[in-house]
Design a protein around this ligand. Structure first.
Ligand code: FAD
Length: 460
């Protein structure tokens, strides 16, 4: 297949959402697995490298490269097969999560992971980053939903990797038992995914959303812990997502809703969704949620219920308005060397209030506009968005985030919960994993990609 070396084409693939710009030496736009095999074999012969890219929504520079060819997977969008009885879909990696779910809706099925970027993010990108979303509280991240992958590896062969599907297994070290787990979250460094077999979930009969305003952040976060702990108990109060909005993000959501009176007077908001089967009483579930929210100091009169599919879409729209608004503000600062800076750290959910307090302490004394904080509080995983006005402020914000992440790691947390390390967050690998763990990763890299063909500069 032809590689394009046209500068305009190369520039068109030189940016993702990280703010970095890396112009590849060439761009390939394969339409089949066979073309990818040819590409890899040519790269072996030419001693060059290949970086796969989906929709390039990576926030960490993982989907751009300044060396070798960028392999755009966006032309490989076929749904190969949907088995509605076994609840399995086989797809090419370039289809987006949103497009797949649109196709599955008529069979009342869905691919459960729901990254906020679902209408852009490809299945290949979601697998490579182990993407997650609001519903990951109930269903877990992408890893749990990948049954098998076909990958073109570093010797130019397509290999089919399938989970063993065993409930008991004592053969070999755990890290070696399931090769699908090597690929999920490998950020393009172990090969190019050319096909995936995905487990689907049945859409619940009812889904309701509740936007619950609180007079202060502490009460909201205490409610999140309480609600999360119910997730393992009573089926009528088992949230499928538990999202938090601080005062700043609530103001953005309010502007999106278009009513200044919406949640007026609240200093924080919790948005949760409850899924119910046909035989489970919606009214009773609602009553229980309203009572427990009130017990944690929620402003009961202002709680808003989203009771059907269009209302839930509207609720997700105000949730998605927050990063979209911050992206716009960040873009406006690019000519001055500034941009949006977003954190992706997470802690065990009970430690979230402590982590946010540590973040606040790190920010104290710095003359930086406080971040807006929102996101997957039920998983102990907020996003903090800063706007750096210029390059100098960007440098100071990065210092402040470093300090916060050190505190997060002391609290048992992680530097990157859903966006991966890519190129920008790569230094955190050594802060978080032991030398033995890193040696294990390097051994796997050497075994699957001995020539170092794939995604140079990502992760390792
Ligand atoms: C507004 C916004 C909201 C977001 N919200 C979320 C969120 O809620 N949850 C979340 O997890 N992430 C989120 N992200 C991050 C990003 O959207 C996800 O990581 C997404 O899964 C990336 O998909 P993509 O198709 O854009 O992949 P890309 O950005 O193109 O690539 C990401 C990585 O995948 C690799 N890759 C892509 N395709 C393949 C393939 N076929 N084989 C091997 N490797 C491949 C690339 O090499 C790269 O390492 C968000 C990003 C934005 C901009």
């Amino acid at each position: 297949m032809e590689l394009s070396r046209d500068l305009d084409v190369r520039r068109a693939y030189a940016r993702d959402v990280s703010g970095l710009e890396l112009v590849p030496d060439a761009v390939a736009r394969p339409t089949s697995a066979d073309e990818i095999i040819d590409l890899v074999r040519a790269a072996i012969a030419d001693h060059t490298t290949l970086t796969a890219a989906g929709s390039q929504t990576s926030t960490t520079g993982a989907s751009i490269t300044g060396e070798g060819a960028l392999v755009s997977m966006r032309a490989m969008t076929r749904i190969i097969d949907i088995d509605t009885v076994e609840r399995v879909a086989r797809v090419e990696p370039g289809i987006t999560v949103g497009a797949l779910n649109q196709e599955l809706a008529s069979a009342s099925l869905r691919f459960a992971p729901d990254p906020t970027s679902e209408h852009d993010a490809t299945i290949g990108g979601a697998i490579a980053c182990n993407a997650s979303g609001a519903r990951s509280l109930r269903y877990g991240p992408t890893r749990a939903h990948v049954r098998a992958v076909r990958v073109v590896n570093g010797d130019g062969n397509a290999v089919a990797l399938r989970r063993p599907g065993l409930e008991k297994n004592t053969v070999g070290y755990y890290a070696a038992q399931d090769p699908v787990d090597w690929i999920v979250g490998s950020e393009g460094t172990l090969g190019i995914v050319v096909e995936a077999e995905l487990a689907l979930v049945r859409m619940p009969d009812h889904e309701i959303g509740l936007a619950i305003p609180f007079p202060d952040e502490r009460s909201a976060l205490r409610f999140v812990v309480h609600a999360r702990e119910h997730a393992d108990g009573d089926a009528l109060t088992r949230p499928q997502c538990l999202e938090f909005f601080d005062c700043g993000s609530l103001a953005i959501a309010r502007a999106d809703v278009g009513s200044l009176r919406w949640m007026n007077g609240a200093a924080a908001l919790v948005y949760l969704e409850q899924a119910l089967d046909a035989d489970q009483p919606v009214a009773e579930s609602l009553d229980r949620w309203l009572a427990s929210a009130q017990a944690f100091g929620a402003r009961a009169d202002d709680i808003e219920v989203f009771g059907d599919a269009p209302a839930l879409r509207a609720a997700r729209k105000f949730r998605h308005a927050v990063p979209a608004h911050m992206n716009e503000r960040g873009s406006a600062r690019r000519p001055f060397g500034g941009r949006k800076v977003s954190t992706d750290w997470a802690v065990p959910y009970r430690r979230l209030a402590d982590a946010l307090e540590a973040a606040r302490r790190a920010a104290d004394g710095q003359k930086i506009e406080p971040p807006i904080t929102y996101g997957h509080a039920g998983n102990g995983h907020p996003h903090q968005n800063f706007i750096a006005a210029d390059a100098e402020e960007l440098w100071r914000i990065n210092g402040l985030i470093e300090e916060t992440i050190r505190a997060v790691l002391r609290l048992g947390g992680t530097a990157a919960a859903e966006h991966g390390l890519g190129k920008l967050k790569r230094p955190w690998l050594r802060a978080q994993l032991s030398p033995v763990q890193i040696e294990l990763m390097l051994a796997l890299k050497r075994a699957l990609d001995p020539l170092g063909l794939f995604a140079p500069g990502n992760v390792l």
